[in-house]
Design a protein around this ligand. Structure first.
Ligand code: NAD
Ligand code: DAU
Length: 337
């Protein structure tokens, strides 16, 4: 049995990872540590909560005493660190929690993992650490790190800190840097779920600036399969870019959603641009494809429809988020605020 500490497993990507991997692997014992911030939701894990090789602990990755207790009690030998403050706009409004969680929290995990001599530590990073591209080119693993937002600079710090633990202490670290994800359970502050939900509610769809910023979209299941491949087979001390070669302008995505929902483009509202808005992201994933044999299984055309339909079929999930109902329920259960 592999005792794996998965952090941030109640968020979008982490919960999809757990729900997927528990059905693939019966040799994984998953300990999910999540603070249950506004973005963490145990409803995402209904499919997994009764599995005997799954346990949930509410807590902060920055709480050194708790982390040490978890490593001892569960004999943790592997870590996959999804936990983070993840939204760029929130980081612009206030950066402190981004540095507390993403930098200091990751440092606590790394130090504890070093003390307990873990066999692998996978740091889930992002393509945003590379900064912004012009019209041409793609991010490769050798592209110079050049983050532009408080969010991406905090992620770059944790990513580089994890690499430094490999170089300095020989700790078995691997890093993944993925592009923009979409799929079920994504918190409705991010572009795709926000636009779907606003369109379903006949509300305006706020498009930043000229709407021509480009993101490179990947279905969350493809990201998670790549993460697990890197976790199992990635070379220690290495970085792996993950992306599905699917560049889209924001306005194209918004129009596609409106079109699929038979809603009028009059709902589009161009609003003030995001400060420091990165213009274009595009990932070169040749390395993971050629060295580990990964390739995306979902086409954008197929998976975006699946995603829109999921939000139509799971109205209660997002309505409870919007009304704050889940938050109230879990704060009573776990005494958070
Ligand atoms: P999310 O915001 O949906 O989930 C983050 C989870 O982390 C939540 O469950 C939250 O409660 C938890 N968390 C936050 N602070 C914590 C703390 N101090 N201690 C313990 N748990 C804490 O984010 P996501 O979109 O699922 O992203 C997961 C990871 O993947 C992040 O590290 C993010 O940087 C990275 N990433 C995301 C994308 C994307 O497109 N969403 C792309 C590439 C990389
Ligand atoms: O590239 C990977 C990153 O993708 C992850 O590391 C981040 O955690 C994740 O949040 C995401 O960051 P982005 O800033 O690219 O995602 P977001 O969904 O916030 O925005 C996508 C694009 O859409 C971006 O160009 C800004 C624009 N946008 C976003 C919102 C929320 C709008 O035009 N209107 C909006 O209301």
């Amino acid at each position: 049995m592999k005792n794996i500490l998965v952090t941030g497993g109640a968020g979008f990507i982490g919960s999809n990872y757990i729900n997927h991997i528990l059905y693939e692997r019966d040799d994984y014992n998953i300990i999910n540590l999540d603070k249950l911030t506004y973005a963490g939701n145990l409803e995402n894990l209904k499919k997994s909560e009764t599995k005997k090789n799954y346990q949930f602990i509410q807590g902060d990755i920055g709480n050194a005493e708790l982390i040490r207790f978890i490593f001892e009690k569960y004999k943790i030998k592997y870590v996959i660190n999804f936990a983070a403050e993840s939204h760029v706009d929130r980081s612009i409004l206030g950066s402190e929690i981004f540095f507390k969680t993403n930098v200091l929290g990751t440092n606590v995990l790394l130090e504890t993992a070093r003390y307990f001599e873990v066999e692998k530590f996978l740091q889930v990073s992002t393509d945003e650490v590379y900064g912004s591209l012009g019209e041409e080119g793609k991010f490769s693993e050798n592209t110079q790190i050049s983050p532009n937002s408080p969010y991406s600079s905090s992620k770059a710090s944790s990513d580089l800190m994890a690499l430094s633990f490999y170089h300095t202490y020989g700790m078995p670290v691997v890093i993944t840097r993925c592009s923009n994800n979409y799929g079920p359970f994504q918190f409705p502050e991010k572009l795709i779920p926000l636009m779907i939900i606003n369109a379903l509610n006949n509300r305006k769809l706020p498009v930043y600036g000229d709407g021509l910023n480009v993101r490179d979209w990947i279905y969350v299941i493809d990201h998670n399969k790549a993460i697990n491949l890197v976790f199992e087979e990635g070379k220690l001390g290495e970085v792996y870019n993950i992306g599905a070669s699917n560049e889209m302008k924001n306005i194209q995505i918004v129009k596609l959603i409106l079109n699929h929902l038979n809603q009028s483009e009059d709902l589009i509202q161009f609003v003030k641009d995001r400060p420091g808005h990165d213009r274009r992201y595009a990932i070169d994933s040749t390395k993971i494809q050629s060295q580990l044999g990964w390739k995306p299984a979902f086409s954008f055309e197929q998976a975006i429809v699946k995603t829109i339909d999921w939000y139509i079929e799971n109205k209660l999930w997002w309505q409870r988020i919007i009304s704050g109902e889940y938050q109230k329920y879990y704060s009573e259960q776990y005494k958070t605020n």
